[in-house]
Design a protein around this ligand. Structure first.
Ligand SMILES: [Zn+2]
Ligand SMILES: [Zn+2]
Ligand SMILES: [Zn+2]
Ligand SMILES: [Zn+2]
Ligand SMILES: [Zn+2]
Ligand SMILES: [Zn+2]
Ligand SMILES: [Zn+2]
Length: 1736
């Protein structure tokens, strides 16, 4: 010992020295005899040093150290040369291999429905994109983590097992080359190193001592450093852990969060370092705190620091060897061998098994690395995968048991690896043959389930734990995996082992047969609904397993017969209580049946009969193989068919009694069970098999006895012998329902032959029939059909193979989904009594089909379609039909009886047509003709039917009766035909006769129906008259006629003012046309009263919503001031980054009514707990009529009619030139300035004189061109004006309301301008004309908004308006310049125009008298303002022309072009260099015309809504050329815009000079990138790829910008700008105003001013968000080939972009309807509203 110590010390010296030189360390190792000891020694010294700082590690440094001092030496030692070179070489030669990429949670996986062996075979994104399956029918799914890519596994794929990257012999490497890339020495070294490495990893990983290391590692002085380590569990929530840590450690929230996140991710973390005692104390603290918040204490341990260090390094070493192994198959094999070697003289299993067995004790991070180690070694080498699988099966039981008592997710349990082995066909076969894996699994089940066994040895899941049972399902799943591929070759051994497995499986079924028995509750209702979910869930899990067992058994006759025998034995064994029961005798109609006394309504009954049903399944397969005849060899006597039938029959009776409401008191639990019994998820192995069992009974029993048995079990035998001795209506109803149910089951027994083996049908025919019947109910989308068809073990329904034979696909529109419609020729296959119809489906289908036949003018008979032939084994079932004797009462029963009759006749007809009469023993006709042998009256059915036809109550059945009678005739004739030859013509004649009488009846019925119809019509008319009033005054007026028919309006206007000529369709200047005003009478949607809109009346208002908008931005994502306290919104930036949009739904209310309504809403929501729906504080409410989200109202103010005397106007034109006008305005302004500065208040004479005498340019001269007195608005209107203006201010600037703020009027003008721009842009986007296509709501909204803006000025201080006006005018007036006038290129001139026009009348204000310009003055004011601003805009456009653009116009030397050149020359002189482009004149002109149109269109809209002058025709239609000229004419512009400059040259020249020489402008011009050009680009949602998998691909490359860990990420795509964000994740949360918000919400603040559209890529879901707390889901624009969306990628079909739908989404955005959509969806989905949008 001492010697060793000394040696150790010596070594330490050497090795520290050597750690500087890895190769020397390597060569030193080389000299050692025992590498393991030397290696451990090396680690013992270095590892605790490197991993010393556990609490706050420098990860980079750690990694560097470990690389340098451990890994590099190891690699040198392994390769004997520079490892970098060597690994590079190996990489080059890396040949074919499995992909083996391990999926992280949330990653998309692909499977191929055409080529995958089973659905568990998946590809990673890269492999898929490079594989042939890309063009197959693939499925996309989101991985839950833990699986791996099967690319390269030839057993997993029928075709195309390799992607391009993993194809063998790819690239230049030849096979020999790639097979032997390593030389002998390296391999020898690997054999030396790998066992030591794996041994160390295993030893350290499973090291249990908390306080000390293994002795060979404890070579240093032991220190006193411990950690308190917290482990992850599934009991505690994030917040619990944070809380407990904060309390126990007394730390900051951030630190506690950091710990918690790490624990959640890694599984464990040291939360405190210190002495053992200190750590122990912390441990107790955490435990007790966590116990306070939840029942369980947190899992905490105190660990010795060096143990922690070595364990950490062991995992790092695991990752290292993982990397090394990826280079070479030889490495992997050596590693696997090392793992599988058992220590010679030890009891321990091999290393890998030790790891496996330790798995449940490990924490998450460790498990992950170890599983990856298994993936990259064993699972990449087929031979070793097999060996691993064998080890796995060896310990299977133990592993599963540990997993079941563990609390980690399945995805990180070693048991989850089973799917990787069990689904490989060769491996599965091997495991069955060699290790009897089926028995192993079933025995595991039997061992873990006993806790659920009751004293009868049946399962009982009452009070089960869902989590625990969920873990048991995993074992059941393994059974499915092992059976999923049926062997093609059967060895004797396989047979024996399989049968043994089957026997063992029957043991489980035995425990289920008859489990959870129930008894009918009489008197009192049951107190607690018993648990039923567990048993049903197991049934669901077992469904396909049962089917697969049956299929395996059916592989050959011998096997099947033996299995049958075993199963039969098991069923009989479970039936002892029945066999030994007391017997009774039933007699009816001369037949006797001896049976056991049992009543479903009194005795115990169970719905779970898997044994009986398995037997039925085996019987059917026996019949299919034609081996029923050999049954007696295996079950010589004692077949006891009555016993077999008994239990399924009871179950069907139970269902009937539940329908008859006899089990009402047994609660919902039973109802649910009965539902699932017949539901598509279970029915194949429940309901369907019970029917089959009855068919077996019917085919093997005497038909009379069989029927008696059924009567007996339905407890109806009495009802048929005696008359019902009661007048109790309920009881009669009950009896009737029972009879109906029983008859239905009889119909099914005889008629349902669509099971291969029961009838001669194929699987396709079965599926086809299911689809036909589904589509008989209604046309359905693909997914609905798929949902209603049973899935096989591969999750396939077989739908696609057959659907096109029976149905046609109808494509979807912009909303909704594509549907399949049944082909006409398939309608004949409709069977009203289809056994998979639920009650509602049945009546819906019947209704649909009758309706259809009626529409086609056919009779309403719905006879059954001819059924397929029974298989021989079941052929005797039809004998049942010979027994029909009954006394029917309800119409339903009659209908069924007819159905049975029809079935009988059809059967006979078919048999007769096939064979001569002598051979047809089936004689329905004769028996039916003599009804009931015991009946005294010798009526036959035919006569009875004739009689029934006359009963008026059976009107609906008449056609059916006629059909049956015809059928009788046909059969009669067929019978006669074979005896004596009857002339076919006579037969036809008689049919014809039949048809004639038939037609007569039809006519009569038609008459009656007509009378009924008239009566109905009358009632309907009365009702609709009542409704009409309501509807018309309400919604329809606005909603159904969404597009205003502008043209009609204008025609109407023309009619009212017939003298309107084109001359008058001018909005500006002296030639201005008359204002068209109509008397407007509106109805309040709240009180329904009408009122005329007048300025003196009480206000009426429009519901409206004001919102910030980035719909027009030229600079998306421009940083925005989150609070607009200091913002000056007078001038709009030309990039229109943020605007304030005012929209309205167009609904009118009285202001008073609205106020009352709003108060009521406020009151009612104060009482509600959740007020998330809308934010009352900011004035939100839902429009009372259409439920749009609104946050204010716009007052409706009538247009003031203005007329101009044109002569006066013309005369004024001579006087009031632009120059003169400017001088007057300037004089007025400077006058005001003087006044304000002096503070004097002189009395000024008022000039009402309209003449133009006084021409001295002084303060008052402006008034001399005409004034009028101010309009007086009612107080109510003023109030509303102020309210609305304040809302616009508050929302537009995000500030608290303040009606006195000087910015209120600015915001009014701003929202007017922006709203017009947005609507103009939208119209252009949609290619619609300017005036002809406005929606009603847009029209009403704009009208109200503009008139409001006109009125708004009056409610403000005029001095304030003047101040604003001066600033606005200083942009376009020479000699006027205020401090802050921005340069021409940094303002939007349309905003200037709107502001200036609306503010201008303020110049007429005076202290004493309120004046405003007269119509003529206004006309000039507006004309000159418009001309000036237009000239400024022209300059803007010309300065920013993109000369690089090629305009698709022919070079043309027009006047305009020449003007353009000369004008441009003129202005060029102001620039020394920068604007010196020499574009040709025609180009300039074309660019100008193109660029100015949006501005002109906006101006036209603006002046139209302000002035009410009718625009020219051309603006109502869609012609580009006509539009331009019409705009110019309407706006009084010359079509050659340069003429403006010529006309005003002297005035404009100084302006041009001023604009162009502005240094700020030059600066703007130089910043080319941020220059806004005209026309502005139109925004659209980002381009999306056609194929959705491209997006998924994109998302897979997404890395969160803030955290390295790439798990559980929700990449979300912003559809405005294309940014991909990390959503719903702590890493990317931001804090705004002290609140945490998610990455998306934060992004939306800047990108869309709070409103945004995102696509959640992994879920294929669009979400709309608004503000911090609101959002909703919206259908994604991706559709599968069946025209359906796939939210959550649940179905996984390939998805492609639907352009129409994406366009629709685009319009939702551009119409500013996102908020509306959100509000509407919240209103409809109030219940589901629980998502925390804030953290998106
Ligand atoms: Zn792959
Ligand atoms: Zn691949
Ligand atoms: Zn494929
Ligand atoms: Zn009202
Ligand atoms: Zn509305
Ligand atoms: Zn964005
Ligand atoms: Zn993130």
């Amino acid at each position: 010992m001492a010697d060793e110590e000394a040696e150790g010390a010596e070594r330490m010296e050497v090795s520290t020295e050597l750690s500087q030189a890895p190769q020397r360390q390597a060569s030193w190792w080389d000299q050692q005899v025992d590498f393991y000891t030397a290696f451990l020694h090396h680690l013992a010294q270095l590892v605790p040093e490197i991993y010393f700082a556990e609490m706050d590690p420098d990860l980079e440094k750690q990694e560097e150290n470990v690389q340098l001092s451990i890994f590099t030496p190891l690699e040198w030692y392994l390769f004997g040369e520079d490892p970098d070179i060597c690994l590079e070489k190996l990489k080059q030669s890396a040949a074919f291999q499995l992909c083996g990429k391990v999926f992280k949670s949330g990653e998309t996986t692909y499977s191929c429905r055409d080529c995958a062996i089973d659905p568990t075979c998946v590809l990673c994104m890269d492999c898929f994109q490079n594989s042939v399956h890309k063009n197959h029918r693939y499925k996309m799914h989101t991985s839950t983590g833990g699986g791996f890519c099967d690319c390269g596994d030839t057993e997993a794929w029928k075709t195309g097992p390799f992607c391009i990257n993993h194809e063998p012999g790819r690239a230049d490497t030849t096979k020999e080359n790639s097979h032997c890339p390593l030389n002998e020495e390296v391999i020898a070294q690997a054999r030396k190193i790998f066992p030591s490495v794996i041994k160390y990893i295993v030893e350290m990983t499973i090291w249990e001592e908390e306080k000390q290391l293994p002795t060979e590692l404890q070579i240093r002085e032991k220190n006193e450093r411990y950690y308190c380590v917290l482990f992850n569990d599934e009991h505690h929530s994030y917040d619990h852990v944070i809380y407990s840590l904060q309390r126990a450690l007394d730390c900051e929230l951030a630190e506690a969060q950091l710990h918690t996140t790490a624990i959640d991710k890694e599984g464990r973390r040291a939360v405190k370092a210190g002495t053992y005692a200190a750590c122990q104390e912390a441990k107790e603290d955490i435990k007790s705190h966590s116990e306070n918040v939840s029942q369980h204490p947190l899992h905490v341990e105190v660990l010795y620091s060096e143990v922690m260090a070595h364990q950490k390094f062991a995992l790092r070493l695991g990752s290292w060897i993982n990397k090394i192994m990826s280079y070479s198959s030889d490495f992997r094999q050596i590693f696997c061998q090392a793992c599988l070697t058992e220590e010679p003289d030890s009891e321990n299993p091999c290393l890998i098994s030790r790891l496996m067995l330790w798995d449940a004790k490990l924490y998450k991070g460790a498990r992950k690395i170890l599983h990856e180690l298994i993936f990259s070694s064993f699972f990449m080498e087929m031979e070793y995968k097999k060996l691993f699988a064998m080890e796995f099966v060896k310990y299977y039981k133990q592993l599963q048991k540990e997993y079941i008592s563990d609390d980690h997710d399945r995805s990180i349990s070693i048991t989850a690896l089973s799917v990787q082995m069990f689904t490989v066909p060769t491996l599965a076969r091997h495991l069955i043959e060699e290790q009897n894996v089926i028995s192993v699994i079933t025995e595991t089940l039997l061992e873990v389930l006993p806790e659920y066994l009751d004293r009868n040895n049946k399962f009982n899941f009452q009070g089960y734990s869902q989590d625990k049972l969920g873990r048991v399902y995993a074992v059941i799943c393994d059974l499915k995996y092992i059976l999923i591929s049926k062997p093609t070759v059967w060895t004797e051994r396989l047979r024996i082992q399989f049968l043994e497995g089957f026997r063992s499986f029957l043991k489980i079924l035995t425990c289920m047969q008859g489990m959870e028995e129930i008894r009918r509750q009489v008197g009192q209702h049951i107190e607690v609904d018993p648990d039923w979910e567990a048993a049903i869930a197991i049934q669901m899990q077992l469904k396909n397993i049962l089917l697969m067992f049956q299929e395996w058994c059916a592989c050959d006759e011998e096997l099947l017969l033996v299995a049958y025998k075993e199963c039969h034995k098991a069923v009989i064994r479970c039936s002892t209580s029945f066999i030994t029961g007391i017997k009774t005798v039933v007699q009816l109609c001369g037949h006797t049946l001896e049976t056991k006394s049992y009543r479903v309504s009194e005795d115990l009954v169970s719905i779970h009969l898997p044994l009986s049903r398995t037997l039925a399944g085996l019987h059917v397969r026996l019949s299919r193989l034609g081996a029923v005849s050999r049954l007696h060899e295996f079950i010589p006597f004692d077949f006891q068919v009555e016993v077999l039938v008994e239990y399924p029959l009871r179950c069907l009776v139970l269902v009937a009694q539940v329908v008859a409401e006899m089990w009402r008191r047994n609660g919902l639990s039973l109802i649910s069970q009965v539902f699932y019994y017949q539901d598509v998820k279970c029915r194949e192995e429940m309901y369907d098999k019970d029917i089959i069992m009855l068919q077996i009974g019917a085919s093997l029993m005497d038909p009379n006895k069989f029927l008696l048995l059924i009567l007996q079990r339905y407890e109806l035998a009495d009802a048929f012998t005696k008359t019902i001795p009661t007048k109790d209506q309920d009881l009669i109803k009950q009896y009737n329902t029972l009879i109906e149910e029983m008859l239905q089951v009889l119909i099914y027994v005889v008629g349902e032959r669509y099971i291969p083996g029961v009838g001669n049908v194929t699987k396709e025919e079965v599926t086809m029939r299911e689809i036909v019947h589904l589509l008989c109910i209604e046309p359905m989308p693909h997914s609905a059909i798929a949902r209603n068809l049973p899935e096989n073990e591969n999750n396939e329904t077989g739908l696609e193979n057959v659907i096109n034979k029976v149905a046609t696909f109808k494509k979807p529109g912009v909303s909704g989904h594509g549907v399949y419609e049944l082909k006409d020729e398939s309608l004949k296959d409709f069977n009203m009594y289809f056994y998979h119809y639920s009650k509602t489906q049945h009546s819906k289908a019947e209704h649909m089909q009758k309706k259809r036949r009626k529409q086609e003018n056919k009779d309403e008979a719905l006879p059954p379609p001819p059924p397929p032939e029974f298989c021989p084994a079941f052929s005797k079932v039809v004998n049942l039909l010979s027994y029909t004797d009954s006394n029917f009462w309800t119409e339903g029963m009659l209908q069924m009886a007819f159905h049975i009759l029809a079935l009988g006749l059809l059967e006979e007809k078919q048999q007769l047509q096939k064979a001569p009469e002598e051979e047809v023993t089936f004689d329905f006709y004769h028996k039916a003709s003599r009804l009931g042998s015991s009946a005294t009256n010798a009526q036959n059915i035919q006569m009875l039917l004739e009689k029934l036809k006359g009963i008026p109550q059976l009107e609906g059945q008449k056609d059916m009766i006629t059909w049956i009678l015809q059928m009788f005739d046909i059969v009669k004739r067929l019978r006669e035909k074979s005896c004596l030859i009857v002339a076919t013509t006579s037969g036809l004649d008689s049919i014809k006769n039949d048809e004639i009488t038939h037609d007569k009846e039809k006519a009569e019925r038609k008459r009656k129906a007509e009378a009924a119809r008239l009566h109905r019509q009358k009632i309907m008319a009365q009702m609709s008259a009542l409704q009409k009033n309501f509807i018309e005054t309400h919604k329809l007026m606005y909603d159904t006629t969404s597009e205003m028919t502008g043209k009609e309006d204008s025609i109407m206007e023309e009619e009212s003012t017939p003298a309107i000529s084109d001359y008058c369709k001018i909005a500006l200047g002296p030639k201005r046309g008359p204002t068209i005003t109509e008397k407007e009478v509106l109805t309040c949607i709240l009180c329904q009263e009408e009122q005329e809109v007048k300025i003196e009346n009480n206000a009426m208002v429009l519901a409206a919503c004001v919102q910030k908008s980035t719909a027009l931005t030229q600079h998306r994502g421009k940083p925005v001031e989150l609070s607009g306290e200091t913002l000056d919104p007078l001038f709009m930036d030309p990039d229109l980054a943020y605007g304030t949009y005012t929209g309205s739904c167009g609904h009118v209310m009285h202001a008073v009514c609205w106020q009352k309504y709003f108060e009521a809403v406020q009151l009612s929501s104060q009482q509600r707990v959740h007020v998330d729906l809308f934010d009352l504080e900011s004035g939100e409410y839902l429009c009372p009529l259409c439920k749009s989200l609104c946050n204010t109202v716009i007052p409706i103010i009538p247009l003031q009619p203005q007329k101009i005397n044109s002569e006066n106007a013309e005369a004024l034109a001579q006087l009031l030139t632009l120059a003169r006008w400017i001088q007057t305005v300037l004089a007025r302004i400077s006058g005001y300035k003087m006044k304000h500065t002096k503070g004097e208040n002189p009395v000024i004479p008022i000039l009402f004189d309209q003449g133009m005498g006084d021409s001295t340019l002084e303060f008052h001269s402006i008034l001399s061109f005409g004034v009028q007195s101010l309009i007086k608005y009612s107080n109510s209107i003023k109030e509303m004006v102020i309210l609305f203006a304040t809302t616009v201010y508050r929302i537009g600037l995000k500030v608290p309301p303040d009606e006195m703020d000087p910015r209120v009027p600015m915001m009014t003008w701003s929202t007017c301008a922006f709203t017009i721009q947005a609507i103009e842009n939208l119209l252009g986007d949609e290619g619609k004309p300017l005036f002809g296509a406005l929606q009603n709501r847009q029209h009403n909204g704009l009208k109200a908004l503009m008139q409001f803006a006109v009125a708004q000025r009056v409610t403000c201080s005029q001095v304030l308006i003047q101040k604003h006006l001066v600033r606005l005018l200083s942009v376009v007036l020479p000699n006027l310049r205020s401090e802050d006038t921005p340069c021409l290129l940094s303002i939007d001139l349309f905003h200037v125009l709107v502001g200036a026009v609306l503010a201008f009348p303020a110049l007429y204000w005076d202290d004493t008298v309120n004046l405003q310009p007269s119509s003529i003055s206004s006309a000039y004011n507006q004309l000159y303002l418009f001309h000036l601003i237009t000239m400024a805009h022209i300059l803007q456009i010309l300065l920013t022309i993109d000369t690089g653009l090629s305009l698709s116009q022919v070079e043309e030397d027009s006047e305009e072009a020449r003007c353009a050149s000369s004008f441009f020359e003129e202005i060029s002189q102001y620039f020394s260099s920068c604007a010196g482009h020499d574009a040709p004149g025609w180009y300039l002109w074309a660019a100008l015309k193109n660029g100015i149109i949006p501005y002109l269109r906006c101006a036209a809209l603006f002046f139209h809504y302000v002035l009410g002058v009718t625009p020219p025709e051309e603006l109502f239609t869609n012609s580009a050329e006509g539009e331009y000229n019409a705009l110019c004419s309407y706006l009084s512009l010359p079509t050659n815009l340069f003429l403006l400059f010529q006309e005003y040259w002297d005035t404009v020249k100084p302006l041009l000079h001023r604009w162009c020489t502005d240094p700020a402008l030059l600066n703007c011009l130089q910043q080319k990138s941020s220059l806004v050009r005209y026309p502005r680009k139109r925004n659209s949602l980002i381009e999306l790829p056609d194929d959705y998998s491209c997006l998924l691909n994109q998302a897979s490359h997404f890395r969160c910008p803030r955290s390295a860990d790439d798990e559980r990420k929700h990449p979300v795509l912003c559809l405005f700008c294309g940014a991909i964000l990390c959503s719903q994740n702590i890493c990317c949360q931001e804090v705004v105003n002290g609140e945490e918000i998610g990455a998306c919400i934060f992004h939306a603040l800047h990108c869309g001013a709070g409103v945004c559209i995102f696509l959640k890529i992994r879920e294929c879901r669009v979400v709309l968000v608004e503000g911090k707390a609101r959002g909703c889901a919206y259908p994604a624009p991706y559709l599968d080939e069946y025209g359906e969306t796939d939210p959550g990628l649940k179905r996984g079909n390939p998805l492609h972009l639907s352009r129409e739908r994406y366009r629709k989404l685009h319009l939702v955005w551009q119409q500013h309807c996102i908020i509306e959509e959100i509000a509407r969806s919240q209103e409809t989905n109030q219940m589901l509203f629980g998502f925390n949008w804030q953290l998106l």
